[in-house]
Design a protein around this ligand. Structure first.
Ligand code: MG
Ligand code: FE
Length: 168
C-alpha cells in the first residue's frame, strides 16, 4: 500500500513540475509571437488553463498530505527537455514551436492517463476527476495545434517568401 502511494504521489509531483515548465515555455512563446495572432491567443488561453492545472495539482497533493514546500524547486527538472525541443530564436521559430508544443501536449496527455490509472488503482476518485478534466484540456490544445499546423506552416512560408517577419 505504501509503495503504491509513494509512486502515486511522485507521479503527481512530476506532473506539477511538468505544468510549471509548461507555463515557462508557453509564456516565452506567446510573448514573442507577433505575426501569428490566433496561435498567440490560443496559447495565452492555455497558459491560463495551465496555471489552473498547477494549482489543482497542489490542492490534490495538499489533500493527500504531501509536503508541497519544495514543489517549485523540482519544476526545473523538465527544462533540459524543453530547451532541446524549443528552437527559440531559430529562423523558423514558429514551426519549431508548433513541433515542441504538440510534442509537449502529448507528454502531458500520457502523464494524465498514467495518473488516472494510478488514481483508479488507489481508489482516489476525487483526484481522478481532476486528472480527467486536465486531460481534456491537454487533448483540446493538442487537437487545436494539429488542426492549425497547415495554416501555421503556410503562413510562415508565405511571409518568409515575401521577406516579411515570419519566424515568430
Ligand atoms: Mg498542462
Ligand atoms: Fe498542456
Amino acid at each position: 500500500m505504501s509503495e503504491l502511494r509513494d509512486n502515486y504521489i511522485s507521479w503527481i509531483r512530476d506532473a506539477h513540475a511538468m505544468e510549471e515548465q509548461a507555463i515557462t515555455m508557453l509564456s516565452s512563446q506567446a510573448e514573442r509571437l507577433e505575426s501569428y495572432p490566433e496561435l498567440r491567443t490560443r496559447i495565452e488561453h492555455h497558459i491560463e488553463e495551465t496555471r489552473g492545472q498547477s494549482q489543482a495539482l497542489e490542492r490534490v497533493l495538499d489533500r493527500l498530505d504531501d509536503d508541497t514546500s519544495m514543489l517549485k524547486v523540482a519544476a526545473g527538472k523538465f527544462s533540459a527537455t524543453m530547451q532541446g525541443l524549443g528552437g527559440m530564436f531559430a529562423s523558423d521559430e514558429v514551426v519549431k514551436g508548433t513541433l515542441a508544443g504538440y510534442t509537449f501536449e502529448h507528454m502531458e496527455i500520457e502523464s494524465y492517463r498514467v495518473l488516472i490509472a494510478a488514481a483508479e488503482a488507489i481508489g482516489d476518485t476525487e483526484s481522478q476527476a481532476v486528472f480527467e478534466t486536465i486531460l481534456q484540456q491537454e487533448e483540446a490544445m493538442a487537437n487545436w495545434l494539429a488542426a492549425n499546423t497547415g495554416k501555421t506552416v503556410k503562413t510562415f512560408l508565405a511571409r518568409d517568401e515575401a521577406d516579411l517577419e515570419a519566424s515568430h
